[in-house]
Design a protein around this ligand. Structure first.
Ligand code: MF3
Ligand code: CO
Length: 251
């Protein structure tokens, strides 16, 4: 069952989403050579908690941190660690905040200092694939139309889109129905209705789409070792264009 949020719930999800987006922006502003992902994690946790919210990921299924910080071939679920970021790395930060009963969930990939043209292009294509996908996140379309558009766009650049992990509904739980794949045929799955809230999150490999989970049971890498990127926002289905809830606005 896909929950339809009431106007009151939507107001709360806007607040949670805004805070989550600000946390992502903070994390991105800290990405530079010499910084560790644990330092970024600590700052993000402080920021979220100082606003009366809780990091959604901390303790989720035993996850030990507030952000996922995934460097280069790590596509998702990188656990923050003591390794210093280096010039040329690309760092995907995924963060969630739970405020007043509702979650926000968003991610983006940030360049560390000067990065290669290939890395910059991968980041931009991944981000744009989200916007190509959400053109179909509206009444009259179905859930699989989003992923179909993401996949068409990503593959037109010769990149691979991850299939083992998908987007999802968001609400009082971080993961709700429906699953929102980033690949597949159009015309399947639930029909979009105003008041649905979903996280659309393309995960892209510069090479082949296959991924592998490492022995820590979180860290997920491209199987071929190629560079990877991730971009995610929590969005609200409306009568018109989708509303991006994890938009940082002024902040
Ligand atoms: N944004 C991710 C997701 O959509 C993060 C979950 S990772 C975990 O599933 F650390 F919370 F487990
Ligand atoms: Co998500």
């Amino acid at each position: 069952m896909i929950s339809i949020k009431s106007p009151r719930e939507i107001e709360k999800m806007r607040a949670a989403g805004r805070l989550t987006a600000q946390a992502r922006a903070l994390a991105g502003s800290l990405v530079r050579p010499g910084v560790t992902t644990l330092e970024i994690d600590r700052e993000v946790r402080k920021f979220i908690e100082s606003h009366g919210a809780k990091p959604s990921f901390l303790g989720y299924g035993g996850y030990p941190a507030s952000v996922c910080a995934s460097v280069n071939e790590v596509v998702i679920h990188g656990i923050p660690n003591h390794r210093k970021l280096e010039e040329g790395d690309i760092v995907s930060i995924d963060v969630g905040a739970y405020l007043d009963g509702f979650h926000g969930d968003c991610a983006a990939t940030f360049p560390c200092g000067e990065v290669s043209d290939e890395a910059r292009k991968l980041i931009e294509v991944t981000r744009q694939s989200f916007f190509e996908g959400i053109k179909f996140a509206r009444v009259g379309q179905r859930v699989s139309d989003v992923g179909h558009a993401v996949q068409q766009y990503v593959e037109s650049f010769g990149y691979g889109v991850v299939r083992d992990f998908v987007g999802h509904g968001v609400g009082s739980k971080m993961h709700e129905a429906p699953e929102v794949p980033n690949y597949g045929a159009a015309g399947h799955g639930a029909r979009f209705q105003p008041g649905m809230v979903i996280a659309v999150e393309p995960m892209v490999c510069a090479g082949d789409w296959h991924v592998r989970v490492l022995g820590d049971r979180w860290t997920t890498v491209s199987a071929d070792g190629s560079l990877t990127a991730h971009y995610e926002n929590t969005i609200l289905i409306t009568d018109g264009e989708p509303e991006i809830l994890t938009d940082p606005g002024e902040g």
